[in-house]
Design a protein around this ligand. Structure first.
Ligand SMILES: Nc1nc2c(ncn2[C@@H]2O[C@H](COP(=O)(O)OP(=O)(O)OP(=O)(O)O)[C@@H](O)[C@H]2O)c(=O)[nH]1
Ligand SMILES: [K+]
Ligand SMILES: [Mg+2]
Length: 514
C-alpha cells in the first residue's frame, strides 16, 4: 500500500521503568509467553541497552499536516500532566477524559497561543497506557508550530518518533502485535474492503483465534506432561492422551484451512492482480481507462497500440486492485510488438483474475478463435483451488451487433456483453468483478479472520510443521517438545517474540504522531 514518503524508519524506544507501567511484572509467570516478551523488553531496558530517550515524554502532531479546521497534538509519558499544567498556566489538572476549554500560552513568554480543547488521560486508561494529553487546537500552521514549540520547551519532553505512540501501547500490553498491524492497515486502508478487514484485525479477531489455539496446545501439553510424570499411576484419568490427540488433530485441520486462505488476506492487504488480455484492438485499453476513470493507456484504431504492460492501482467495487493493460496477443509481427506480447504473457501468469476481452463483432477472426482456444480454454481447464486463476470473458463492442442479427456464437463459454463506447453492460461487469474479487481476496465482512501478512502465514505454517512431529505413541518427550514449538509460533504471532527486526518492520508502517 502507499506509505507516506515522509515516514522515517522508527527506532525502538522503550517505556520508562517507573512502577505502574508493568504491574504484571510483580507476579511473574515465566510460562506466559506474553510475559516473556515484556520481560525481554523490560530487562533490555534495565540493562542499559535501551534506546536513548527512554522515560521521556513524547509529543507530536497526530492529525494530518497542512491547514485544517482542527489539529490534534498529543503527548505520552510521565510529564504529560505537568506539560498540560504549564501550557494552561493552571495549578490543577482538568477532569480526566473530559473535554475542557482552556487558553494555551507559551510558558516562556506567556504569550497566548490558542483557545483549545484539552483532554487529560491519566495512565493506564489511555491509548499508550501512560499519562497522555490531547490538545485540540485550531489547525493553522502557526498555531500548531507554536504549541509544538511550547511543548518542546517543557523539561522532559521531546518530539515523538514514527510509530512511537503505538510502540508504547504495545510495550504496555494495550495492543498485541496483530492489533498493531490492524491499526497500521486501518491508517493505510484505501478501499472499503481493506477498511473492514483492518478494523476486524484491530478489534483483535485474529489474536483471539490464535490465543484459543494456543490454549488448546497448552491443555494438550499439560495432558502429555501429566502422562510423562504419572503415566504408571492409577490415579490418572483414562483417555488423557487420546483426548490430547483428538484436539491436536482438530487444530491441524483448522490451521490447514486458514493456510489455504492465506493468499486471499495478503491480496486484500496489498491488492489483487487483475490483467486485461485479448487479441489486438478488442478494446482492452478502453476498458482499463473506463475502470480506472483516467486515461492510463493510449486508445487508437491501430492494432498493436499497447506494447508495454501498464499497471494502475484502482478501487474496483471496494477491493484494492492492481489493474494491468497488456499488448494484444498475436504472432508474426515486428520485434518490438513481439516483446510486448512476451511481457503480456508473463504478466498473465501472475494474474489472480484475468479479464479476457474479445471484439463481439469479430468473433470468427483467427485471432479471436486462437485466443479462445488457448488462453480462455487453458484457464477454464484449471482445477479450482485457491492458487488457480479466475477468468471473466468479456465481449466488447456490443454496440456493433445489430439488434436483429444472431447473438454471439452459442458455443462460447459464459461471458458478459459490454460496450466501452456507450457504457452499456458496465454495471453487470462491476457486479461480476465484485463477486470474483470477493473470491480472490476473501470477503472481509463475513467468515473467519484473514491472514493478511506473510508473517502470519509463516507462523501458522511453523505451528503446523511442528505438530507433524507430535507422535505421543512413539515418544512422549518429543511429542511434548513438538507442542511447545507449535505453541511458540502462535504466541510469536500475537506477541512478536521480542525480536526487534520484526517490530521494526511492523512499526515502520506508522508515521510520526501514531
Ligand atoms: N464501437 C466500439 N468501438 C470501441 C469500443 N471499445 C473500443 N473501441 C474502439 O476500438 C479501437 C481499439 O481500442 P483499444 O482500446 O485501443 O483496443 P486495445 O485492445 O487496447 O488495442 P491494442 O492495444 O492495439 O491491442 C479504438 O478505436 C476504440 O475507440 C466499443 O465498445 N465499441
Ligand atoms: K488499438
Ligand atoms: Mg491497448
Amino acid at each position: 500500500m502507499v506509505h507516506s514518503p515522509t515516514c522515517p524508519h522508527p527506532r525502538f524506544l522503550l517505556v520508562p521503568a517507573s512502577e505502574p507501567q508493568f504491574p504484571h511484572l510483580q507476579t511473574p509467570d515465566p510460562g506466559d509467553p506474553v510475559w516473556n516478551v515484556r520481560w525481554a523488553l523490560c530487562t533490555r531496558r534495565s540493562s542499559g541497552a535501551a534506546a536513548p530517550g527512554s522515560g521521556a515524554t513524547i509529543f507530536a502532531l497526530s492529525s494530518g499536516q497542512g491547514r485544517c479546521g482542527i489539529a490534534v497534538i498529543r503527548t505520552s509519558g510521565p510529564s504529560s500532566g505537568h506539560a498540560l499544567q504549564i501550557l494552561t498556566a493552571a495549578r490543577d489538572l482538568p477532569p480526566a477524559r473530559h473535554a475542557s476549554l482552556r487558553l494555551l500560552s507559551d510558558p516562556r513568554s506567556g504569550e497566548p497561543l490558542d483557545r483549545a480543547l484539552v483532554l487529560w488521560f491519566p495512565g493506564p486508561r489511555s491509548f499508550t497506557g501512560e499519562d497522555c494529553v490531547e490538545f485540540h487546537v485550531h489547525g493553522g500552521p502557526a498555531v500548531v508550530s507554536g504549541v509544538l514549540q511550547a511543548l518542546g520547551s517543557v523539561p522532559g519532553l521531546r518530539p515523538a518518533e514514527a510509530g512511537e505512540f503505538t510502540r508504547r501501547a504495545f510495550a504496555n500490553g494495550k495492543l498485541n502485535l496483530t492489533e498493531v498491524e490492524g491499526l497500521a492497515d486501518l491508517i493505510h486502508a484505501e478501499t472499503e474492503a481493506q477498511r473492514r478487514q483492518a478494523l476486524r484485525q484491530l478489534d483483535g479477531e485474529l489474536g483471539h483465534l490464535c490465543r484459543g489455539w494456543a490454549e488448546t496446545l497448552t491443555k494438550a501439553l499439560a495432558h502429555v506432561e501429566a502422562y510423562i510424570d504419572f503415566g504408571e499411576d492409577d490415579n490418572l484419568e483414562e483417555g488423557v492422551l487420546e483426548q490430547a490427540d483428538i484436539e491436536v488433530r482438530a487444530l491441524e485441520v483448522a490451521l490447514g484451512a486458514h493456510l489455504r486462505d492465506a493468499r486471499r488476506g495478503q491480496r486484500l492487504r496489498s491488492g489483487a492482480h487483475v490483467v486485461v488480455t485479448g487479441p489486438p484492438n478488442a478494446g482492452k485499453s478502453s476498458l482499463v481507462n473506463l475502470l480506472s476513470r483516467k486515461p492510463v493507456s493510449i486508445v487508437s484504431p491501430e492494432p498493436g497500440t499497447t506494447r508495454d504492460v501498464l499497471e494502475t492501482p484502482v478501487d474496483l467495487a471496494g477491493f484494492p486492485v492492481l489493474l494491468s493493460d497488456t499488448a494484444g496477443l498475436r504472432e508474426g509481427v515486428g520485434p518490438v510488438e513481439q516483446e510486448g506480447v512476451r511481457r503480456a504473457r508473463e504478466r498473465l501468469e501472475q494474474a489472480d483474475l484475468i479479464l479476457a476481452m474479445l471484439d463481439a463483432s469479430d468473433l470468427a477472426s483467427p485471432s479471436s478463435c486462437n485466443f479462445l482456444a488457448t488462453v480462455v480454454a487453458s484457464v477454464g481447464a484449471q482445477s479450482p483451488s485457491d492458487s488457480s486463476q479466475r477468468l471473466l470473458l468479456v465481449l466488447n463492442k456490443s454496440d456493433l451487433l445489430s439488434p436483429e442479427g444472431p447473438g454471439p456464437r452459442p458455443d462460447l463459454p459464459p461471458h458478459l456483453l459490454l460496450s466501452c463506447l456507450t457504457g452499456e453492460g458496465l454495471d453487470g461487469l462491476l457486479e461480476a468483478l465484485r463477486k470474483e474479487l470477493a473470491a480472490v481476496c476473501g470477503d472481509p465482512s463475513t467468515g473467519s479472520p484473514l491472514l493478511t501478512r506473510a508473517r502470519h502465514q509463516h507462523h501458522l505454517q511453523g505451528c503446523l510443521d511442528a505438530l507433524s512431529h507430535y507422535k505421543p505413541s512413539k515418544d512422549l518427550a518429543l511429542a511434548a517438545e513438538a507442542l511447545r514449538v507449535a505453541r511458540g509460533h502462535l504466541t510469536r504471532l500475537t506477541g512478536g517474540g521480542g525480536t526487534e527486526e520484526i517490530l521494526d518492520i511492523i512499526f515502520r508502517d506508522f508515521c510520526v504522531g501514531k
